[in-house]
Every structure is written in structure tokens, then in C-alpha cells.
Design a protein around this ligand. Structure first.
Ligand SMILES: Cc1cc2nc3c(=O)[nH]c(=O)nc-3n(C[C@H](O)[C@H](O)[C@H](O)COP(=O)(O)O)c2cc1C
Length: 163
């Protein structure tokens, strides 16, 4: 079984680009970076750790391509898997910043996977995010719209704690 598989959904390419950067940092091959629009959920069986990425759309919604994929994951027993979530959003959508990260977290709780990769919220500015639980984000949250200059550091910090 391989250690890491990345599964992302991306409408305008931002989360896709972050998925590629994560792959580079973690030494993950391109063939282990999957667009959920073109992947069947059963592929997750190949990996010990699933790195799941979604941007947030609408008003706090999952990226469109995630709906079928996450329904597939929900139906699986993932108790031997680890899950790390990342997401791209826009802090000016101040009541729903990166909500998709929290939505994936909530929906996959019943799979009994182990969740890793919580992240501190220092340096973020928004009113509310579903991604925050007990003062910490349940995954890596990024704002490539307003603060792309912060992304490289955040990626380094987050990935350093994933192994
Ligand atoms: C119509 C629209 C709605 C959006 N809604 C949200 C939102 O509720 N929360 C948020 O954090 N970002 C929101 N965003 C920002 C996107 O998540 C952000 O641009 C992201 O980088 C897009 O990533 P993608 O190209 O991978 O899909 C929205 C953007 C648009 C255009």
C-alpha cells in the first residue's frame, strides 16, 4: 500500500495547483494525485493516508465534483485510513471561509478514519468557518485569492506534521 494519495476537486484550478505543490513537497508521484471528477472512490484503497482537497463554492458548499466522490467514501469502511484535509477559499467570504474543509470532516466521521493535519488559525481573518473546531482548523485552509504570499509557509508547516 502506498503512503499518500491526493484527491482534489477544483473549479478554476487553484486547488489543483495546491495539490501539485503538496505532491512535490511530500514526494508524491503525479499518478497518485487524483482529480475527484475523474476518479472512482475505490481508488482510495491503494493508500494509507488520503489527502483530500476541496475549494469552497456557493455559500460554504463543497466544490461541485466532490458530491459523488464523497458519497462513495461515506459508504466505505475507512478505519485503517488516515485522512488529512486541505482547502482553498476566500477570507472575504467571511461567514463561510473554507467551509468545505469542515464539511468533508463531518461527513467522513462515520467512516472511522483517523483524522490528522489540524492547523492553527494564527494569521487568518474571517468571522466564521465550519473548518474550525475547538479553536483549530481541522485541516489546512488557504486563501489564494487574498493571501497567496502566505501559502508556501503554510504548506511547509502543514506537511511537516503529516508523516
Ligand atoms: C461564486 C463563488 C462563491 C464562493 N464561495 C466561497 C465561500 O463560501 N467560502 C470561501 O471560503 N470561498 C468561496 N469562494 C472562493 C473560492 O473557493 C476560491 O476562489 C478558490 O480559490 C477556488 O478554488 P478552485 O479553483 O480550486 O475551485 C467562492 C468563489 C466564487 C466565485
Amino acid at each position: 500500500m502506498k503512503q499518500f494519495g491526493i484527491f482534489y476537486g477544483s473549479t478554476t484550478g487553484t486547488t489543483e495547483e495546491i495539490a501539485k505543490q503538496l505532491a512535490k513537497i511530500l514526494g508524491i508521484q503525479n499518478t497518485d494525485v487524483h482529480n475527484v471528477a475523474e476518479t472512482t472512490p475505490s481508488v482510495v484503497a491503494d493508500y494509507r493516508t488520503l489527502i483530500l482537497g476541496s475549494s469552497t463554492w456557493g455559500s460554504g458548499d463543497l466544490q461541485d465534483n466532490w458530491y459523488d466522490f464523497i458519497a462513495g467514501l461515506e459508504a466505505m469502511d475507512l478505519k485503517d485510513k488516515r485522512i488529512a484535509i486541505f482547502g482553498c477559499g476566500d477570507e472575504t467570504m467571511s461567514d463561510t471561509f473554507c467551509d468545505a474543509v469542515g464539511k468533508i470532516y463531518d461527513r467522513l466521521q462515520p467512516t472511522e478514519a483517523e483524522f490528522i493535519g489540524s492547523f492553527n488559525t494564527d494569521g487568518y481573518h474571517y468571522d466564521h468557518s465550519d473548518a474550525i473546531r475547538d479553536g483549530k482548523a481541522v485541516g489546512l485552509i488557504l486563501d489564494e485569492v487574498n493571501h497567496p504570499e502566505l501559502t508556501a509557509t503554510r504548506l511547509r508547516q502543514w506537511t511537516s506534521e503529516l508523516n
